[in-house]
Design a binder for this molecule. Structure first.
Ligand code: SAM
Length: 178
């Protein structure tokens, strides 16, 4: 994704602004959405130095749908893996309506290897980091049902991490289809 500095990114959900911070630091504007005003209060405090380049609002991303996309891109991080697939679709479809084109998500990948790794971690007493990790087929369904198409995928240290980062773009809807 190459977005010019000054572009505005929707961070949904924003949480405490952990990921908004590096985006603001490299010159983007960020609008955070989160269902929890308490989380946003922490973000407001953390990001007050960026002044009006950071704005935020309380919103339920699963149900609120803007009339038109107001942002150049949207980020959806560290949330989808906490819901069953149908609710992931509700959430991501909401995020997709915020962005004019690009949506970046992260998720937890489910594979034989990662299932085994998770089982070993559970034996060792570690808590599961994702309740609803997804297979490649799930990712395809999730994106498609949310009106998105995968453009690029990134894995960092795939042997020790199940995290997957996906750059997607909105599927254009033809006028006849609406
Ligand atoms: C683990 S935090 C991740 C926040 C941020 N993306 C990050 O990576 O730090 C998950 C956030 O999702 C928010 N959340 C859960 N359900 C939501 C919903 N339906 N609409 C908006 N935010 C929601 C929670 O309030 C919480 O702040």
């Amino acid at each position: 994704m190459s977005l010019p500095a000054g572009s505005i990114i929707a961070d949904a959900p924003c949480g405490t602004g952990r990921l908004a911070e590096p985006l603001l630091a490299v010159g983007y504007r960020v609008h955070g959405l989160d269902i929890s005003d308490e989380m946003l209060d922490v973000a407001r405090q953390r990001l007050r130095g960026f002044q009006e380049r950071f704005t935020c609002e309380v919103a339920d991303v699963k149900t609120s749908r803007p009339n038109e996309p107001l942002y150049d891109a949207a980020l959806c991080a560290r949330v989808l893996m906490h819901f069953p697939l149908d609710q992931q679709v509700e959430f991501l479809a909401g995020v997709a309506t915020l962005s004019r084109t690009t949506v970046v998500i992260n998720h937890s990948l489910d594979s034989v290897y990662h299932r085994l790794r998770r089982r070993v971690k559970r034996w060792l007493g570690h808590q599961a980091s994702a309740n609803y990790p997804v297979s490649n087929a799930d990712i395809k369904e999730l994106l498609q049902r949310s009106g998105l198409r995968e453009v690029r995928r990134y894995r960092l240290v795939s042997l020790v991490s199940e995290a997957v980062y996906i750059v997607a773009e909105r599927i254009a809807v033809s006028p006849q289809a609406t």
